[in-house]
Design a protein around this ligand. Structure first.
Ligand code: GLA
Length: 654
């Protein structure tokens, strides 16, 4: 026998001087469950009041009791077959004055039992009265109905379970086991990395040929221009680019006891750099202002030791906080070039250390007087700083707007373009190639002009690390926003949705904490970034790379999608609240397709050939598991885990 009427319910109603609702025997209000288990997009759950603490009211009708919540939300309830029914009145609370639109959904044992459809502020309450006979687990969900969660005040009025057996209990979502998808690389050599490498005439080159397989491996390069040399043991290519512009095809080979791999490679000597999206590591989200030179060197060591370099990760980039802090004068040397702070005693030595491993070095500054974290920026010293970066040996510059806002001149787009055009012109004149990463959070539709002013990649959004997660972690929203600018990406010019935050990342007070993303979410993250031809910068702790993190970061067939020489960004084929389908054309005529399940439950997702622009049968390669699936014609149906992905390559049938 279960009679439940929460103390909170009684108290709230009496205080308002209203009639106490008489709950019949066996009727358990939703609000009597442990509401700490409810995850919601804004605020906290409120008993017998709206999310803002007002009397519950939907479409002009008041309700004396129930739950005030906010989309997007999810509550897992264990029924164990003990509840016969669930009933409620649902809708947007009238406190939003007609604003907001959301949807209610109820799933039982993985099946959709009821959905409200889109409900808007002011709509009359909808009645739900569900037969739950035999249901073990119930999921109560609200969604944004596809337009963001603003004003989505979700009321579950008079919501109650009609209990005949075990009482309902709010529970944590089931713990998802992390399943390793990427098979370990085989013992035979496999050459990875870009097929083409852009460099300006005569500029220095350092490139570690990425290759998996048992070491020792003997590397060779046929038709290598005389100005370059390949170390046969390390596979590190060094020297200078030929002085004449043009395409220089090279044939790379790698041999060990298990066989030989051969791969074409071309030096493309001209004005274009970053012919494929840059890959590497950035210090920001793990070290913030705690970064030291020793940390950078440890990251370079780990890039090689972990095997990441064998998959093409090559830039080792310091973010903010390597220069002097405001009030730590002098800021500059006699030549007017910026000075590093005490944690970076030898910037040239750091770049040389990174180069010695065949990797490339990157750093950061702002066109403003101060960086975002309050360190010295390049304002009015752009030329001296740019020269110094090249003299030290750096290969990549992230140029972050920050305090430039206070000194910018000019109007409209020109005002936004000016500092980037200026730095690109300076860098172009230097004796060393520096890839230029524009960081100004997407202002003024930067994707439309970032390439034209001389940027190689440009952040399209605010910081991913600050993006609030709802039911889906923040990278989905950042990724989706970045996905909308597909037509602006092409070789040498990439949309940048920010870094890969997985593994161990920076926590409070300089601590490092493990990611809260599920395994499936992490595979989705990498898949999305690769389909979007995004720069791939890991920004977790390089010295704490566990097997799972490496499994996500290091799948040669997945990275190949990112690095495809055609350089197209995936287009959005379908975008609903539950599903996202992205498709990226590849240089060999095949198509990479990502089926993303954005919902709270496993889901079958199918995509038709018509939507993909295909005709006839296709070979299907499961890229994460690196295995062929049976060929398909007409459509591709896949079962996709919660917040997960299936990433496929559809090729011609031989
Ligand atoms: C901004 C950028 C971040 C990071 C910090 C450093 O927020 O968007 O990527 O570089 O500055 O202060």
């Amino acid at each position: 026998m279960h009679f439940a009427c929460s103390f909170a319910l009684l108290a709230a109603v009496l205080a308002a001087g209203e009639i106490v609702p008489v709950l019949r025997q066996g009727v358990v209000p939703l609000t009597s469950l442990d509401l700490q288990k409810l995850r919601q997009g804004w605020g906290s759950p409120v008993v017998d009041r709206s999310v803002e603490g007002k009397p519950l009211q939907i479409g002009g009708r008041e309700f004396a009791w129930g739950l005030g919540s906010h989309a997007a939300s999810v509550l897992h309830v264990r029924l164990a077959g003990g509840s016969a029914r669930f009933s409620a009145w649902v809708g947007v609370d009238d406190e939003t004055a007609g604003r907001g639109s959301l949807a209610f959904r109820i799933h039982g044992d993985g099946k959709l039992l009821w959905e409200s459809g889109v409900m808007k502020g002011g709509d009359a309450a909808r009645r739900v009265d569900l037969d739950l006979a035999g249901v073990e687990t119930l999921l109560l969900v609200t969604t944004s109905a596809g337009d963001g969660i603003d004003y989505d005040h979700a009321d579950w009025a008079e919501a109650a379970f009609h209990v005949s057996g075990a009482p309902p209990r709010a529970v944590d979502p089931p713990v998802e086991e992390k399943v390793l998808r990427t098979p370990p690389p085989g013992p035979a050599p496999r050459l990875n990395g870009p097929l083409a490498y852009g460099v300006r005439p005569g500029r220095p080159i350092v490139h570690r040929v990425p290759c998996t397989g048992e070491r020792p491996i003997a590397f060779a390069a046929a038709e290598l221009p005389a100005s370059l040399a390949l170390d046969p043991v390390t596979g590190i290519l060094t020297g200078a680019a030929p002085a004449r512009a043009g395409r220089y095809p090279v044939v790379l080979s790698a041999t060990n006891a298990h066989g030989t791999a051969i791969r074409p490679f071309a030096l493309v000597v001209g004005d274009e750099l970053a012919l494929t999206p840059p890959m590497g590591w950035n210090s920001w989200y793990v070290f913030y202002d705690h970064i030291t030179q020793a940390d950078m060197q440890a990251a370079a060591d780990a890039m090689v030791a972990s095997g990441m370099a064998d998959f093409g990760y090559e830039y080792v980039n310091i973010d903010d906080c390597w220069m002097k802090r405001r009030d730590e004068e002098p800021y500059r040397d006699a030549e007017g070039a910026v000075l590093p702070n005490a944690k970076f005693p030898d910037m040239a030595g750091l770049a040389a250390y990174i180069h010695a491993q065949g990797l490339r070095a990157g750093l950061y500054t702002s066109p403003g007087p101060w960086t975002c974290a309050g360190y010295v920026g390049a304002f009015e010293h752009e030329e001296a700083d740019g020269r110094r970066f090249a003299a030290w040996g750096f290969d990549f510059l992230k140029y972050d707007w920050c305090s430039y806002e206070g000194v910018a001149t000019g109007e409209g787009r020109e005002r936004l373009e000016r500092p980037y055009r200026q730095m690109a012109d300076i860098l172009r004149g230097l004796e060393r190639d520096l890839v230029l990463n524009l960081c100004q959070y997407g202002m003024g539709e930067v994707w439309e002009w970032g390439g034209e002013v001389g940027g190689h990649c440009w952040r399209t959004t605010g910081d991913l690390g600050n993006e609030p997660g709802g039911l889906l972690p923040g990278f989905y929203a950042i990724g989706l926003s970045n996905a909308r600018h597909a037509e602006h990406a092409h070789p040498g010019h990439w949309n940048d949705p920010d870094y890969i935050l997985i593994g161990w990342i920076g926590g409070p007070g300089g601590t490092h904490v493990p990611t809260t993303l599920t395994g499936e979410e992490q595979y989705s993250y990498l898949s999305m970034w690769c389909l979007m031809a995004a720069p791939l910068f890991f920004s977790g702790d390089m010295t704490k790379l566990d097997a799972f993190t490496l499994n996500v970061l290091c799948n040669a067939e997945v990275i190949e999608i990112d690095q495809d020489p055609l350089g197209r960004q995936a287009r959005i084929v379908r975008e609903t609240e539950e599903e996202l389908v992205l498709a990226k054309p590849l240089h060999d005529g095949s198509l990479a397709v990502g089926l993303f399940n954005l919902s709270e439950l496993p889901r079958a997702i199918a995509v038709d050939w018509a939507a993909l622009g295909l005709q006839g049968p296709r070979r299907v390669r499961d890229l994460w598991r690196q295995r062929d699936l049976p060929p398909r014609d007409g459509s591709l149906p896949m079962d996709v885990p919660r917040h997960g992905v299936e990433l496929l390559r559809l090729g011609a049938v031989e």
